[in-house]
Design a protein around this ligand. Structure first.
Ligand SMILES: *Cc1c(COP(=O)(O)O)cnc(C)c1O
Length: 467
């Protein structure tokens, strides 16, 4: 057959629709998805014929292409994955997993109406912040609290409310970039505040702040360095000293804490992460932090501090643009509730539980996975890979605790029949996808972040990826 004959033997959309396959598709998928998929597959074949790429015309190939297109379109893009990276607060993987009862509270409040902005006592309009205010103040010791969409928004709205057109004094050592797009100088300029850098990258002294204060100073800002640490010849000004400078000159002081740790991690060897409570105690006017980093809740930005400053921020028109939605609010209230008891928080909030879990528990999980993988791969295709449990270290991630290495156990895999990159790619495309890490030409499945109820799927997918 030549090209012209191929072209005339191409099926029409209508013919395919009326075929068995077409009728099957119309039962399984919406019509408005089936038609363009068929059209696209026919068109692709037509183009291939015109370019001389087709030597034989297979209708089945056209049908398969159409089906792949439909299936791809009709499956969810956002989907659960198994996090085998060992990084607990993994921003790309959605940061903090939420406990089931927290999600139940979301369902309860979202499937019908709620008193989101309705005061049940007074029978009139209320405030959405009211639902977590008692928890934020009760847990952190602050006078008042607000919540917004995320911590970047919290910083932005605080700057806009307290320092628009005014200077904000920040140490050069704290002009950090966090996770790609949050850069302190950029947030500052878009809020309308004027950045007043003081000190040097490695050293800033109290006198640097004092020298920078003038009639147009609106705020003193301290920023948690989050995902990096400076070592050696460094010096920064403690928040206590900034607070006394602020008090003396009647300038509010704000600390962008980033992580928002609400339980003391010192007993676990984490010595560098202050709790929100400790910072609030210094009488710092404003503290901002994320809802989904060390706090382990939904994405959110939390602002706590002194009433008179919180009042000013609450009135800023930008609050409306960065307001928290009701699903998040329901999840945040339920998460914060757990913090009324530290032990409950550490047990029931997955982020904290995974970070603080006993090394022995991680080792056992890694051994379970390894032995099941060994059994599975041998059964399926003979001994096809080197699989063993290795001690390793994982990180908290999420711009928190960069210098803290958490000891962990991982299943180390060296496949023989396929390359390490092939294995990694196949796992990424399995259902559910498995995100692993490659180091020293070995694939590591870190047992710290694998949930017990994910082990079956993990083992099944890894075994089928290797054979
Ligand atoms: C993570 C972080 C932010 C940004 O918080 P998001 O919740 O990601 O918006 C801002 N400041 C610091 C210090 C952080 O660590």
């Amino acid at each position: 057959m030549d090209g012209q004959q191929f072209l005339s033997s191409l099926p029409s959309v209508d013919e395919i629709l009326k075929s068995m396959k077409g009728m099957e598709w119309l039962r399984a998928y919406p019509r408005r998805l089936v038609l363009p998929a068929i059209r696209k597959a026919i068109e692709a074949s037509r183009r291939a014929i015109l370019q001389g790429d087709i030597k034989e015309l297979f209708i089945d190939d056209i049908l398969a292409a159409a089906e792949t297109e439909m299936r791809g379109f009709y499956s969810f893009s956002l989907q659960p994955v198994i996090n085998a990276t060992g990084i607990v607060i993994h921003t790309n993987l959605g940061r903090s997993p939420l406990p089931y009862d927290v999600l139940e509270n979301v369902i309860k409040n979202a499937q019908g109406y709620s008193n989101l902005e309705y005061n049940l006592d007074k029978g009139k309009r209320g405030k959405r912040h009211a639902h977590v205010r008692r928890l934020l103040t009760g847990i952190t010791g602050a006078e008042d609290g607000l919540i917004v969409n995320n911590n970047a928004a919290a910083v932005f709205v605080c700057l806009a409310a307290l320092a628009k057109g005014k200077e904000v004094i920040v140490s050069r050592g704290e002009l950090v970039e966090i996770g790609g797009s949050f850069r302190v100088p950029d947030v500052m300029s878009s809020s309308g505040a004027i950045l007043r850098e003081v000190g040097t990258t490695n050293k800033t002294h109290p006198q640097d702040y004092l020298d920078a204060i003038n009639d147009n100073t609106g705020l003193i800002l301290k920023v948690h360095q989050s995902n990096y640490r400076m070592m050696g010849f460094t010096e920064s000004v403690e928040i206590e000293d900034l607070v006394s400078i602020g008090e003396k000159h009647d300038i509010p002081v704000m600390f962008d804490l980033g992580s928002g740790c609400l339980v003391d991690l010192k007993p676990y060897g984490v010595l560098t992460e202050p709790t929100v409570q400790e910072i609030v105690k210094t009488m710092c006017d404003i503290v901002t932090f994320s809802g989904d980093k060390l706090l382990g809740g939904p994405q959110g930005g939390i602002i706590v501090g002194r009433s008179k400053v919180i009042d000013i921020i609450a009135k800023n028109p930008m609050m409306r643009a960065v307001r928290i939605d009701k699903l998040t609010l329901a999840a945040l209230e339920a998460t914060l509730m757990k913090y009324l008891d530290d032990e409950q928080a550490k047990k029931e909030i997955p982020t904290l539980r995974m970070l603080l879990q006993d090394l022995e528990v991680i080792r056992k999980r890694a051994e379970t996975i390894a032995s099941r993988l060994n059994a599975g791969t041998i059964n399926a295709a003979g001994a096809t890979a080197g699989i063993e449990v290795r001690e390793d270290s994982s990180r908290s991630g999420g711009g928190a605790l960069p210098e803290v290495e958490f000891r962990t156990f991982a299943v180390a895999i060296k496949p023989v029949n396929i390359s390490i990159n092939q294995l990694e790619t196949r796992l990424r495309h399995s259902c559910p996808p498995i995100i692993a890490r490659i180091k020293d030409d070995t694939l590591f499945l870190d047992a710290r972040t694998v949930q017990d109820n994910e082990i079956d799927a993990l083992v099944k997918n890894v075994v089928s990826a290797m054979v």
